[in-house]
Structure formats: C-alpha cells, structure tokens
Design a protein around this ligand. Structure first.
Ligand SMILES: C[S@@+](CC[C@H](N)C(=O)[O-])C[C@H]1O[C@@H](n2cnc3c(N)ncnc32)[C@H](O)[C@@H]1O
Length: 243
C-alpha cells in the first residue's frame, strides 16, 4: 500500500468506476460459486426471522438481499457502503424487486453510524482487503453487534494446498487482470492500478487466515473460527461478541 497517499479515495473511485459491471465480473471471477459462498456465510451469522442484520461494504447489495430473505418482513437489513455508484446499483435492484426490508446508506466502514449493540449479526464480503485499517473495521462491526451476535467476513485467500495454490496464483495474479482488461480496457484509476490489477495486488499484503483470526480476537471477538472455501481460495471468518 506504500504507493498510496489516499487509499480510501482510490478504492472509492475504483468501485464507482466498475459499479455497472460489478455483478457480472463477480460472477465470472468466482466461477459462479459466489451465491453458494454467500449462503454459507449467512448460515454462519445465525440470523433468523425478525432479526436486524448489517452488511458492511455492501456494494451492489447482493448479500444484503439474501440476508433480507432470512430476516423476513418482521426484520430489517442495513447495507452500508461509501461508493455512491455501487449504492445506486443496489437501490435500483431494490426498487426493481420491490424489497422493503433493506435500507442502503452511504457511510464509512471504519466509523459506522450506528449505536452499540444494534444488530443481531453483521457481515462483510470481499471488502477487508480494501479498507485502510482491518482491525478498526472488525472492531466497528463488533461494536454494533449485540452480545452473542456474530461478525462474519468473506475474503479472498490463498489455498492451503501448494498445487492448488500454484494454479490459483496464475489465475489470480495473471488472468484476472487480463479478464479485467476486456471490461475496463486497463484504465488506470487515479493514475494507479487499473481495477482488476488492484484485486490481486490487494491480496499481496492481506493477512493470511491465521493472522486474520488473530485480528478478530484482538477486536474482542470470541470463539473465532475460519473456513476455507474451495480449498481456501476464499475464506469465511466468524467471531462472536461476548455476551
Ligand atoms: C469488492 S467490493 C464488495 C461488495 C460486496 N460486499 C460484495 O460482496 O460483492 C468492496 C466494497 O467495499 C466498499 N468499501 C471499501 N472501503 C470502504 C469503507 N471504508 N467504507 C465503506 N465502504 C467501503 C467499496 O465501495 C466496495 O463497494
């Protein structure tokens, strides 16, 4: 991250620039597995009918919509993101599908605009790599979750098996930027990495599964566990607020 004076602004500009194609690219880059991974992480939240859920860095809202189905009309979900264009896509989908129990708000994951102990569970999908302070993002999620509630994060990770890891490195570090170039022509964001070059770059300095587990624990979460998906190409971390 050394070449960034303002990583936050870069990340926001990046997601503003790719918002329209984001869902398609996400589907392609996760080999159509995303929905299954989201289902898994939502199961880990323990959310149920009537609960309040929060999806931090909600992007175009896919996870928030799935969460909204779980909590039903007697519950409610908030999706928060700082990219206005990602939120615009989320709000458009909400209006099209006439979903009433989700609210999208613009805000900063590092300074959540919610009272302590508000939600029954909170999620974060593929965004921890993008924030400037991972510990602060987790602490904020832990703060706004009620005692006993879960903080659940899904992130790209490096596979455990060396052979799988080798294939993943070729795919993620070589092919993803090439696929991205078809979509955005390799256009630089703020004179820095094009969007789909940033994606693998951001993994280079991201903590591994054990280190991330420690960050959850340092945020005061207990019973922290992680689950590798598809051999560890992505991982779900789960922590519980002491209650
Ligand atoms: C890779 S996208 C993930 C979107 C969605 N969670 C998903 O799973 O598809 C990362 C999102 O994090 C948002 N983001 C990054 N840093 C943020 C911050 N500090 N506060 C709020 N949103 C942030 C970006 O705007 C972007 O929408």
């Amino acid at each position: 991250m050394n070449q960034f004076n303002n990583k936050e602004q870069y990340v926001r500009n990046l997601f503003n620039s790719i918002a329209k194609n984001y869902d398609t690219m996400n589907f392609v880059m996760t080999w159509g597995m995303l929905s299954r991974w989201q289902k898994f992480m939502l199961e880990k939240t323990g959310l149920k009918e009537g609960d309040y859920g929060l999806d931090v860095c909600c992007g175009t809202g896919e996870l928030a919509f799935k969460m909204a189905k779980i909590v039903g009309s007697s519950g409610k979900v908030w999706g928060l993101d700082f990219s206005e264009n990602m939120l615009a896509v989320a709000r458009e989908k909400k209006a099209d599908a006439q979903i009433n129990n989700v609210e999208f708000i613009q805000g900063d994951a590092l300074k959540l605009p919610f009272e302590d102990n508000t939600f029954d569970g909170a999620t974060n999908g593929f965004a921890l790599r993008n924030v400037t302070d991972i510990g602060q993002a987790i602490r904020e999620m832990a703060r706004v979750v009620k005692p006993g509630g879960k903080v659940v994060c899904l992130e790209v990770s490096r596979p455990f098996n060396p052979i799988l890891r080798f294939g993943f490195n070729i795919y993620f570090f070589k092919m993803v930027p090439l696929i991205g170039r078809i979509v955005d022509k390799g256009k630089a964001i703020d004179d820095k990495y094009p969007a789909y070059t940033w994606l693998p770059e951001s993994l280079k300095t991201f903590p591994d599964q054990e280190q991330l587990k420690k960050i959850f624990e340092e945020a005061g979460l207990v019973d922290v566990k992680y689950y590798g998906l598809m051999g560890g190409v992505s991982s779900v971390h789960v922590g519980t607020k002491r209650g």
